[in-house]
Design a protein around this ligand. Sequence first.
Ligand SMILES: Cc1cc2nc3c(=O)[nH]c(=O)nc-3n(C[C@H](O)[C@H](O)[C@H](O)COP(=O)(O)O)c2cc1C
Length: 189
Amino acid sequence: MTLTLDGHRVLIGIGGSVAAFKACQVVTDLRREGAEVKVAMTEAATRFVTPTLLRALSGNRVVSSIWDDDPAEVGHGMSHLNLASWCEVQVVVAASADLIARLALGLAGDPVTATAMACRAPLLVAPAMESAMWEHPATQGHVATLTARGGRIIGPVFGRLASGHESTGRMAEPDAIVAVVRELLVAGA
Ligand SMILES: Cc1cc2nc3c(=O)[nH]c(=O)nc-3n(C[C@H](O)[C@H](O)[C@H](O)COP(=O)(O)O)c2cc1C
């Protein structure tokens, strides 16, 4: 049986949002479709889900610090550059307001943003935050910057948020994120 994403290389970057746990489902679903998945996480993301879990789900070493050095890796030892040149599409899930701002500003102080800065592959961002943070002009400005640069934003959607309120800010569901990944890979094929 040929899987839809057979052999495609997808990088998942995870931010420090409550929705980080949904990144696990995104990784699982992508692998189920045959994709090869590697994961980069911010330090804040590791407070919500562990690199150990993402390592187990992705089947690959997880980069959670730009100072991580993989003893098995030959070459220059700069993991963010290896991830950037490896992936066909980069997906930032559980993208916090802070992470979106850093991506828009071109900061590169963590594994997710450093890889994004070094990467020429299409960028898909799935924001997740309280509605006030999402609607804040700063966030909206950063999202507009990313979109103008060719980045694709999925969600957030209306629904129950971590605070218990119902509003817009909930991360798009994993199956919707995987559908856009599929689209980006097919479009780029
Ligand atoms: C329990 C908890 C939940 C949080 N959830 C979110 C969230 O859903 N979205 C968000 O933008 N920030 C959230 N934050 C704040 C971020 O974790 C904080 O801004 C962090 O610096 C973001 O890290 P990152 O930029 O590496 O993703 C939360 C903080 C805590 C303590």
